[in-house]
Design a protein around this ligand. Sequence first.
Ligand code: 5AD
Ligand code: SF4
Length: 463
Amino acid sequence: MITARKSIFIKTYGCQMNVYDSARMADVLEPHGYRQVDTPADADLIILNTCHIRDKAVEKVYSELGRLKKIKQAREADGRGSMLIAVAGCVAQAEGEEIQRRAPAVDLVFGPQTYHRLPDMLAEVRRRGKVIDQDFPVEDKFDCLPEESASQGPTAFLTIQEGCDKFCSFCVVPYTRGAEFSRPVAAILAEARRMVIRGTREITLLGQNVNAYCGVAPDGGNWRLGRLIRALAELEGLDRIRYTTSHPQDMDDDLIAVHGDVPTLMPYLHLPVQSGSDRILEAMNRKHTVDSYRRIVDRLREVRPDLALSSDFIVGFPGETDADFVGTLKLVTEVTYAQAYSFKYSARPGTLASVAGKQLPEAVKAERLEALQQLLGAQQMAFNRARLGQTMPVLLDRPGRKAGQLVGRSPWLQAVHVMAPSQLFGSICDATIQDATTNSLAGVLISSPPEMSASAAEQTRAT
Ligand code: 5AD
Ligand code: SF4
């Protein structure tokens, strides 16, 4: 094993799955002497972990590669040694050789399913130059990964499922991430236990289609997501559970019931609907209707009345009429969201929607996006303002910008700014909300957790 110290800079684009994968890439390279640095100029190895979901995300990667090429040349010209540039993730999986054609400074290209082989790939690059690995290997990547080498912190991601079999007609994910795969229950419980021991108090279970989870269980059966959440809820020290991203079709009865039964499952759900028009949902191959989505939301709110919702929307899908778009606005008005992501449709290579249906002019997409975002923004603001005066438990998981400030997460995934001594980092404290903007809340701590030392309690009162 090579153990000389080397430095690595990882830049992550796109979804939380990529954030998790980047942390695991660092775990794979750590025993090989790599430590992470914060600036690309200091790095022996740069990995861009990329996203292919929309055109814009891909173009960002190519412009970053243009900047990195100059850094690589400057470093080599200064005699500071060579620098390897790797492109990982979904652009790597989808574009492979195209990346090396457009960005010859790239040494290594590898997809989301092979990063457990990173040390071998790097050795191969050193031996014979450029390497492209777009394999969907038979071995399970997760079986080959080392244990996590560092804590992700008080809030952490845990990938339990990958891939997608749904084939929404706009989406590249089934092609870049491959078929649905669920990790075994025992491996997930063991990883969650290690995370808790290292100080994690909130785990977000991740999957492209996380509620399609169906993993082999120690009892020999297959567990769906609801059952897995019930088992995770038994873990001492795991105070909060979340999961993302879900598909309405996979919200089964047990999972809906779990929202009412498990208090540590946080009252916030990201449930993408994409459109409020049945005609468009059908063209999108979404396999649900506006009404079936609404019914799921109603059932969830019945079992968990304080549940807040988030969603994804696409405007300007091929063939979308004004009436279809009005349907989307109507659905948003009826459901009301605490937060949401909305996008202009972006035609992606290899997807059905990019060749079927009438593509809409950019100006129409822009106008609809603006209207939808105004409505969603107003709902987000109203949701945040409704917290004013409320007291809620906040998990303090990062330092604030101001001295003496910490930022935490509310049960509804809002950022909450409070003045608090640094000893409270990682603890869950009650805060009363005094200010609300569209993107965050600010409050004052009114209680400290029982495990807090007397001196920290003293400082809380002083701030
Ligand atoms: N164009 C625009 N938005 C897209 N999404 C996925 N594919 C596309 C596309 N081609 C959005 C969907 C999905 C989110 C992750 O990205 O709303 O839920
Ligand atoms: Fe893409 Fe649809 Fe699968 Fe989500 S469910 S990853 S939008 S194909």
